[in-house]
Design a protein around this ligand. Structure first.
Ligand code: F6P
Length: 343
């Protein structure tokens, strides 16, 4: 058997752990060869790859980023994209591809499989918004990094009796904000799934100041939105792949807070910090298990599926059930937290 493998979309800690596990399983357990393509589908279309061996993967487990590089390039963006992928696949004698990616990449993997390019998916993203799995690798590390930052921000907020607004990534969902905000003791957490009222945020901050608990940390997901008409919104550009370039809601919340309440407010935007560096132990374990399971799905010819975690079991999930869906944060959990802590 000969497999192609690629990492696609935004990077996250754990990608190299998946690569290492796929190669280990393929070489030692399946007598299969793995070609790693550079910069996702760009490398496949250009025939730009390296043969991956267990030796080549030594030391990868704790390394952030991806040795294969990544991009948001998809074959369907090019008139001859699918043909170029097929040409590479046949010329190199590949049986199929292991695609490590988020929603966009997994949707493309579903379509490519239907177009005669067999794919197995591995769900990846710090956003944790992929349906069909309880969690994606990258998420635990992002929450840990954000929580550590929030812990540090408490002391400087208290020293200056300031409100500190912390903006975190997550694109259109609030998983990172909700978990890191809860773990970090935020006074309020603003997520895209629940449009916020800035007046309510101000009321919580002022109540806390009256009680003497003056240093409020407000965690804001980059995709959070105010209730229509309650405050001005940033204008987001759209990148070449149709994604909004989010960022800036944290500053607007801080400015509006300070303008309307007079409370000194500052903003920290964590941005790409939560996407960098070494994966947490939990992400290393999940990524390793996903990699082995993905190689097994390929060996079994279960193309058109992805590995997904259900409880502690890794299952094969049809890409058909995943494509085009996103999994928002748990609103029951959000309400639990809001009832008790946002006061
Ligand atoms: O999807 C992962 C993610 O980090 C999002 O949280 C964020 O909005 C987006 O990628 C940023 O995309 P890029 O790396 O292309 O700027």
């Amino acid at each position: 058997m000969k497999l192609g493998m690629l990492t696609s979309g935004g990077d996250c800690p754990g990608l190299n752990a998946v690569i290492r596990a796929v190669v280990r399983r393929a070489e030692r357990g399946m007598n299969a060869e793995v070609l790693g393509f550079f910069d996702a589908w760009r490398g496949v279309m250009d025939g730009d790859y390296e043969t991956l061996t267990v030796e080549r993967c030594r030391g990868l487990l704790p390394r952030g980023g991806t040795i294969l590089g990544t991009s948001r390039v998809q074959p369907y963006q090019f008139e001859d994209g699918v043909a170029r992928v097929k040409e590479s696949m046949f010329r190199l004698g590949l049986d199929g591809f292991i695609v490590i990616g988020g929603n966009g990449s997994l949707g493309a993997a579903r379509d490519l499989t239907a177009d005669g390019i067999p794919c197995v998916g591995v769900p990846k993203t710090i956003d944790n918004d992929v349906a069909g799995t309880d969690v994606t690798f990258g998420f635990d590390t992002a929450v840990g990094v954000a929580t550590d930052a929030i812990d540090r921000l408490h002391t400087t907020a208290e020293a200056h009796e300031r409100v500190m607004v912390v903006e975190v990534m997550g694109r259109d969902v609030g998983h990172i904000a909700l978990h890191a905000g809860l773990a970090g003791g935020a006074a309020m957490i603003l997520v895209p799934e629940v449009p916020f009222d800035i007046a309510e945020v101000i009321a919580v901050v002022e109540r806390r100041r009256q009680l003497g608990r003056y240093a409020s940390i407000i965690v804001v997901a980059e995709g959070a939105m105010p209730i229509e008409g309650t405050m001005a919104m940033p204008e987001y550009e759209v990148d070449e792949y149709g994604h909004q370039r989010l960022g800036g809601i944290g500053v607007r919340v801080a400015n509006e807070l300070e303008r309307r309440s007079g409370v000194e407010s500052r903003t920290t935007t964590l941005g790409y910090v939560v996407r960098g560096g070494t994966p947490s132990a939990r992400d290393r374990v999940l990524a390793t298990r996903f990699g082995v399971a993905a190689a097994n799905l390929a060996a079994a010819g279960q193309w058109g599926s992805m590995v997904g975690l259900s409880g502690d079991v890794i299952e094969a999930v049809p890409l058909e059930d995943v494509a085009g869906r996103i999994r928002g944060c748990d609103l029951e959990m959000y309400e639990e937290v809001a009832q008790v802590f946002f006061s």
